[in-house]
Write a protein that binds this ligand. Sequence first.
Ligand code: NAD
Length: 359
Amino acid sequence: MGYRITLIPGDGIGPEITDVVKNCIEATGVDIDWDIQEAGETAIEKYGTPIPDKTLKSIEENKVCLKAPLTTPVGSGFRSVNVYIRQHFNLYVCLRPFKFYEGVRSRYNNIDIIVIRENMEDLYAGVEFQQGKEETEELIEFIEKRTGQRINRDSGISIKPISIKNSERLVRFAFEYARKNRRKKVTAVHKANIMKFTDGLFLDVARKVSQEYTDIVFEDRIVDNMAMQLVQKPEMYDVLACPNLYGDILSDLCAGLVGGLGLSPGANIGEDIAVFEATHGSAPKYKGQNKVNPSALLLAGVMMLDYIGENKRATQLEQALADVIKEGRYLTYDFRDPGDTNYVGTREMGEAIISKIKR
Ligand code: NAD
């Protein structure tokens, strides 16, 4: 029986990479009935909203979605359509694998790190108090009265909530992922020495959950030290469990270790819904030029195949991409040194990947 999966071709370079990735996924022989839906700028023109109800309903029904980058239109009333989708479906985990593929231009050649980032709270909760507003002054007064701590009157304030519930399910996800994927170590990232009631809580929960997984090594790192260690000895790290903000920053650091965002997929996962995406944006300046790298969305497709249980096909597709990168003949411009014009287009790279799929 085939799978019904929501496919959002998105904006800018989205449709052209989606086209290539869809063909590559289908070339593995998997039977997918794509439910094609609109979001982002494309949807605004037609429905007056960047995230139409029809699209949300499709994700809700199909439970699995592959999403190309979306442009967040300025003044649409949404901070980010991507953030909206995560919050609407309570997709509390952001899973980001960072792997070095032989042939990629990078300073490192031994990276295989998974960042598991909390997706719902921390400084991303969106609880903010604008400088100068009456409620902000009231809050400052309340804090001074209750704690004796003085806060400058001309401050803006962002609130950082971190809960036991979200920390526990995030850390548990990290350990379950490690166990299922034969990973050896989970590292909890925090700044508990300074933020005792938020990061400290996250660390306490992580330590407690780790006791249920004695087959997996557990350790913790303070986030600034973590950043330095990832640059100095990334081969020491395996699965990182992070609160939202640190996960965001360390994800980009790790993307830099493996050759950039063009090779970095992501998955946003909740209880029973998952949205797979390329983590780069819609790169509007390259729209329609058959120029950009389809690898990030393709690797999101690999993660999606794994998630739905098509593990063999996922491995075949990832291996085909790895073979094309290693061979080095059919690669897009971003794999080359600046000024090197020996590159191919998105479609040609896609065709090379299809030719390498060993079914
Ligand atoms: P961007 O990632 O779209 O592009 C920045 C630069 O990165 C591009 O100019 C290009 O040089 C390079 N690049 C990006 N993807 C590439 C690829 N696949 N192959 C080769 N090179 C690639 O970031 P931006 O310009 O800051 O954002 C453009 C739009 O995308 C904005 O509207 C933003 O809101 C949106 N955005 C969406 C997502 C998402 O949907 N997940 C993520 C980030 C940004």
